[in-house]
Write a protein that binds this ligand. Sequence first.
Ligand code: SF4
Ligand code: ZN
Length: 344
Amino acid sequence: MPVQCSSCACSRAVLKRPKTGHSLCKGCFFWAFEEETHRTITSARLFDRGETVAIGASGGKDSTVLAYVLKVLNERYDYGLNLLLLSVDEGITGYRDHSLEAVKRNQQQYDLPLKIVSYEELYGWTMDAIVKQVGVKNNCTFCGVFRRQALDRGAVMLNVDKICTGHNADDVAETVLMNVLRGDVARLNRCTAVSTAGGGSDGVVPRCKPLKYAYEKEIVLYAYFKKLHYFSTECVYSPNAYRGHARAFLKDLEAVRPSAIADVIHSGENLSLKEGVKMPVQGTCSRCGYISSQALCKSCVLLEGLNRGLPKLGIGKHHRLHGRILARQPLTPVEEEKMKTLEF
Ligand code: SF4
Ligand code: ZN
């Protein structure tokens, strides 16, 4: 027997909400999803009227749904925001070139300006070239560090007030778990924040995550029923293995208890650090001027390693070498030998 929508009671339910278990019709699900995003935005005061906001757009489901919903809410509630799309081209043949096609389609459909910044123009390296040098074991370290900075640099070029990203509840819960597993208290402390002020370790431009409480499964359902175009293939250089374990663990938990995702986020939000825990002090990179807690930012060290043919230079902790790198002095033959290969 067909199930009635538990919200309007006049249409047939087409789905069971993964987050709440409610049976809803399409219209009531769209409304619930959009209103929850609106509540996240208003309760945390993510935006101010008149701001220019760059939506980090990868062409994937999260940023596609984010761009669509923000456009809807900006009109419905007259936020008065000037929205635009900002994409990073990592230079991954067979992956990013295809997903950027999805972004370009969205740009036309949603009628939003689009800016693409590439690793090649910013760093002189594509991920294809980086993988040739470093292999596929540590490639995501390079990619993640470069992407965070590239998004920031693009936002500065466009003179935007804020960047918003499509991180969803599953992403945030995964990050909480990863930081617990790595014992990274500095990151654990801030990874659940729905917004960060500029100038911190997340970048120069303030960032926010309007989909922080949206379950991944609901984002997929929203995109499916709205018939949004997105690109869903995995990166050809394989996902970060460590995050993969946290993801698999979380999915197992979610299968038994759907609230597990929200519960992990809640735990992350409420953990506090004991007094006396040392936190990194933010300064600026002596080479590029980007924020950094060391003499050189992570991007500059990774880049230096690539340019010197010493890829291991930026992996792990080699702070003691920063002074010599800055002075453009050579390393000793023993040090060079150690930094040459990533097979460790
Ligand atoms: Fe970059 Fe790794 Fe993500 Fe591929 S999987 S886009 S290499 S971070
Ligand atoms: Zn730097």
